[in-house]
Design a protein around this ligand. Structure first.
Ligand SMILES: [Zn+2]
Length: 455
């Protein structure tokens, strides 16, 4: 059916900016590698053709118009979120292909710096939904019939409507709950009465809903959890497996506001491993210091080129994740390569002008038996004057671990030592709490670092 939707050029003359020639496979997993490469190649040629219509694009990526094969992309500079901010509407019209008068405006939920605005054409937005639906069909066979959507709606956040459109395309029945319904005591009962069989949630909300004492039994009928927004994490995965061994847990989509879906899971994949939507994008894993492609199996920064002939082109975009390409083919037989995410690039926080990275903190906490970042939250509270640190650890942390242990372990890291001796430092406390008591953002994310003001 999707094969009939694309290309959309025949009947869209009257609809501005919608004469896309980008092809989309109905089922990526049945293509041979050669067929997949050919399709990617054709879509790349269409993208370069479209770039020729906007000379300003060449200013963003010198040499872009000479790209013939995916390998040629290596000659182009990397494009960062800061570049996006400068070249995309409303600041500039540089990054618009075709008629930019209609479309979808989103804002990325970046945790640092200025928020990035993203302008997608309606055609691009429809392809985003089609890719999402294709991914869920691959992840859950048979696919769910009644899906509750608990994502955060509105405020220029695209995930909620994305989930709605994917549900429509599956096709399945949608229950648009929104993130605020998670707090309602009636929600689980409502899902049970209506025989809802799948929920789309952030990992923290989904885990809370399906393993919580008050809701677990009521939600026995839910056999699938589709999560999006952050990595599930080993400890949540274990928690779900313990409470609900029958539950199908899959990534809803590895997706960003800027790029749309980058990866999807098949029935053999779990955790942070995804197949790549390689007919409509090119993914590179690069060593950003040396600007070289990493060999398969080696961790590097994930860089994505979206193949599109409308909306906002993105070539070699640094989406902010780190990961590696799997060296072995997937058991499902798909020729689409697999990317395993390992974390966010440069996940760090500035504490009293000292930069602390999550990896550094975790490395030290590992000596205390705390190995999953999802099991802790590093909260810095600003007082007037001074600052203090609360290290929250989940109920899965060994009860014997004390504040003194944490301070001693963290002292081992040079930068933390500097924080502990800063004149404004007031102390660190370790608190063992239920992970639901961690600070969660309104969009359902559980940041590792949290900055708070006392009061
Ligand atoms: Zn697979």
């Amino acid at each position: 059916m999707l094969g009939e939707m694309y290309p959309t050029s025949h009947h869209s003359e009257a609809r501005a900016g919608e004469s896309s020639k980008i092809e989309l496979a109905e089922n990526l997993d049945i293509l041979t590698r050669a067929q997949l490469d050919e399709m990617q190649q054709r879509n790349l040629a269409r993208t370069v053709d479209a770039l020729k219509g906007n000379p300003a694009v060449a200013a963003c990526w010198p040499g872009a118009l000479d790209v013939r094969v995916p390998r040629d992309l290596l000659k182009l500079p990397l494009f960062s979120p800061a570049d996006l901010q400068a070249s995309c509407p409303p600041a500039s019209e540089n990054l618009v292909l075709g008629d930019g008068r209609s479309g979808l405006v989103l804002r990325s939920s970046g945790t640092s710096g200025r928020r990035k605005m993203i302008y997608h054409s309606w055609e691009f937005s429809r392809r985003v939904s089609a890719l999402g639906a294709r991914g869920v069909r691959s992840a859950l066979r048979p696919h769910p019939r009644r899906i509750a959507n608990f994502l955060y709606p509105g405020e220029l956040n695209g995930a909620f409507t994305f989930a709605q459109e994917v549900t429509e395309l599956l096709p399945a029945m949608s229950f648009p709950m929104g993130s605020s319904a998670l707090a309602s005591p009636e929600t689980a009962e409502l899902l049970r009465e209506n025989r809802v069989d799948a929920v789309i949630c952030s990992p923290s909300a989904g885990t809370g809903l399906l393993t919580g004492d008050a809701t677990r039994e009521l939600l026995r009928g839910v056999d699938s959890l589709l999560y999006i927004g952050e990595i599930l994490g080993e400890s949540r995965e274990r928690q779900l497996a313990d409470a609900r061994p029958d539950l199908r847990v899959r990534s809803f989509s590895y997706s960003t506001s800027e790029t749309g879906p980058v990866g999807y899971q098949c029935t053999y994949q779990s955790g942070s491993t995804h197949h790549l939507h390689e007919d409509v994008l090119v993914v590179e894993v690069v060593d950003t210091d040396a600007e070289r492609i990493q060999p398969d199996g080696r961790v590097g920064e994930v860089v994505v080129t979206m193949l599109t002939d409308s909306g906002m082109p993105l070539l070699r975009y640094r989406i902010g994740d780190e990961g590696f390409i799997e060296t072995r083919p997937c058991l499902c037989g798909s020729a689409a390569r697999q990317l395993t995410l390992t974390g966010r690039v440069g996940m760090s926080m500035n504490v009293d002008s000292t930069t602390i990275s999550r990896d550094l903190v975790m490395e030290q906490l590992a000596t205390l038996g705390i190995s999953d970042p999802a099991d802790c939250q590093f909260q810095v509270t600003q007082h007037d004057p001074g600052f203090s640190i609360r290290l929250l650890v989940s109920e899965r942390t060994p009860p014997s671990v004390t504040t003194e242990d944490a301070v001693a372990a963290l002292h081992g890291a040079y930068h933390m030592g500097r924080v502990f001796t800063a004149p404004l430092y007031r102390g660190l406390t370790l608190e063992r709490v239920d992970s639901s008591e961690f600070h969660h953002t309104a969009r359902g994310k559980t940041p590792f670092f949290v900055n708070r003001t006392a009061g």
